[in-house]
Design a protein around this ligand. Structure first.
Ligand code: 6GU
Length: 224
């Protein structure tokens, strides 16, 4: 998979991709992530990428021209499956979307900023608009990092134990069951006996029951 991220703040984006699982995915050659600084595509003397909105009102809007130049250059180099636009008024991101996106080959992610982008960018280029929840971030960069992380960890070979993504919370619309590690007894708190029994069919059943119970208690909306 290849992800091209278009942003006015490339420096904000580097570190999440250089650590842990995302870095391992890159090193294994399973994903390439490229950052494109929108200012490099500005034709203005001051590398301007935003301007006041027509009709008046507070807040700057990202201009269409630099975005057009950047996206057109990328599209001339390869075919893209999706152009994602990160925006608080997009569809709320979830595990199902992460699964879908993980099946794609080439993605562009455009990060919104200030008051957003000129509407014509959305009309012309964007195939999917994504929000990561009902709150406002200063820009789409952190949201793009969140979406990329959720997608990249699903690529085959990224996780050590490939089955571990299958048992994630949300993967069957269920929360994950509780987990324990050593010691089996800590300050009088015991690990459930069943987990120490070695009876794997019974353990599996217990985990399923716990997942269901936890989901009923904490997220009954998932069961509808
Ligand atoms: Cl994708 N962008 C911004 N700026 N704020 C957000 C968001 C995205 N998702 C939730 N809040």
């Amino acid at each position: 998979m290849r992800i091209d991220i278009i942003t006015v703040l490339p420096e904000l984006m580097q570190s999440p991709f250089n650590a842990s699982i995302l870095n391992r995915a890159k090193e294994k050659g399973l994903v390439e992530v490229h950052f494109h600084n929108l200012r490099d595509y500005s034709s203005g003397t001051y590398k301007q990428v935003d301007d006041y909105q027509f009709g008046g009102g507070a807040g700057m809007v990202l201009m269409i021209e630099p975005i057009d130049k950047c996206i057109s250059k990328l599209k001339a180099e390869r075919d893209y499956d999706e152009v994602l636009y990160m925006t608080p008024d997009g569809d709320t991101f979830n595990q199902g979307m992460a699964n879908e996106l993980s099946l794609q080959t080439n993605l562009i992610i455009l990060c919104g900023h200030y008051k957003g982008v000129d509407q014509r960018v959305r009309d012309l280029f964007v195939t999917r608009e994504i929000s990561i929840g009902d709150y406002v971030l200063s820009g789409g960069e952190l949201a793009a990092a969140v979406v990329s992380d959720a997608v990249i960890r699903l690529l085959p070979g990224v996780l050590n134990d490939e089955t571990s993504a299958l048992t994630d919370t949300f993967q069957d619309n269920l929360l994950a069951p509780p987990v324990y590690t050593r010691p089996s007894s800590y300050k009088g708190m015991e690990v459930p006996k069943i987990l120490l029994s070695g009876d794997f069919p019974k353990i599996e059943k217990w985990r399923e029951d716990q997942a269901l119970e936890r989901t009923e208690q904490k997220r009954p909306d998932l069961l509808k």
